[in-house]
Design a protein around this ligand. Sequence first.
Ligand code: FPP
Length: 202
Amino acid sequence: MDGNGRWATARGLPRTAGHRAGADAVRRVVESAPSLGVETLTLFAFSSDNWKRPTREVTTLMRLFHRYLASEAAALQDNGVRLSVIGRRDRLAPSLVRQIVAAERLTADGRRLHLRLAVDYSARDAIKRSVREASSLGPDVDLLIRTGGERRLSDFLLWECAYAELHFIDKRWPDFDATDLEQALADFHGRQRRFGALPAAV
Ligand code: FPP
């Protein structure tokens, strides 16, 4: 979800205003995803490296996660969305962890969409933990969309992206909408995925 900061700066606003607009984009995209045939949607909301940002920005992001869970959990449940939060929890505020657990419980039966929010997430850390604790990683990623003109993986789902199709878009995350998601999916469906085999065998 790249580009919140630049979106705000371009409008003469503080970066935190971009994150607020980014949270609205999250609501729009989550709402449109099931009707576009998306079954699992993982959003990179806060990387383990984002702790290096100024305290004010980190505090705003944590507040936005809080607010999102508080205001959306019931709507997610009503819309058949199952929410999971992936990443470390030991560095999050206990009140946020409680809210995460409550939202995960409330939405556990959702079958239309599995929404995964990556918070304090590092793919390298997740891989190391899965080896140490013999725990599993997530499902394979079919399509990875990166906004804001960046062309990197930045420690996101490294293992799960082994055969992911990559889609880069210059648009900044707060401007990303259902049409952009639809276009990314149309582009994805036009690609030939071979997984190392010959076309006829797939
Ligand atoms: C990266 O782009 C984005 C983030 C570190 C934060 C993402 C958070 C949100 C979209 C808002 C809250 C999310 C939820 C789930 C309610 P950047 O802002 O660093 O972009 P820049 O490259 O323009 O600086």
